[in-house]
Design a protein. Structure first.
Length: 165
């Protein structure tokens, strides 16, 4: 169970409230692994000072991973990475250019300030959350065994549903 006063280990930051729907799976996954997390709308271009302040404070509080979701000229993840050496997982949001603009903006970070980039939209959001759990699990044996158990459960469910005719 996530206690409300637990230190958020993962911070989900999105560029606009309009991104929220694509990120629901990320929130659900982190909750299912009982990972304390927070969720913020902070834009790299609309409120840059607030964003920088939040990243510094989050790191000071004990956040270990950032998930950054943005669409269009999606510089949010890169800007977050500029303010921290913690891992930043970038999720391109679907956009008027189907999210290809967001994907290319996030994935093409110049050498030296990396952002791990995931698939466009909901699948990417879910995978970023799982990846965040995997990062935390590197130093948490219990979490590692939960991840393994989930993989086995998914494989079993797939096997049980494999017969179509
Ligand atoms: C980006 O611009 C946001 O991440 C969002 O995906 C996109 C559109 O934002 P809104 O105009 O809906 O606020 O910064």
């Amino acid at each position: 169970m996530i206690s409300s006063d637990a230190v958020p280990l993962v911070s989900i930051v999105m560029g606009s409230r309009s991104d929220l729907e694509q990120l629901e799976s990320a929130r659900e996954l982190l909750t299912s692994y009982a990972i304390p997390h927070d969720v913020r709308v902070l834009s790299a271009h609309r409120n840059p000072e607030q964003l920088a302040c939040f990243i510094r404070e989050a790191e000071g509080r004990g956040t270990r991973v950032f998930i950054a979701a943005a669409g269009g000229a999606a510089h949010l993840a890169g800007v977050i990475a500029a303010h921290t050496t913690l891992p930043v997982l970038g999720v391109p949001m679907t956009s008027s250019l189907l999210g290809l603009d967001s994907l290319l903006s996030i994935v093409q970070m110049p050498r030296g300030v990396p952002v791990a980039t995931f698939a466009i939209g909901k699948a990417g959001a879910a995978n970023a959350a799982i990846f965040a759990v995997q990062i935390l699990a590197a130093s948490d044996a219990k979490l590692r065994s939960e991840l393994k158990r989930t993989r086995v459960e998914h494989a079993n469910a797939l096997a049980a549903a494999s017969r179509i005719a």
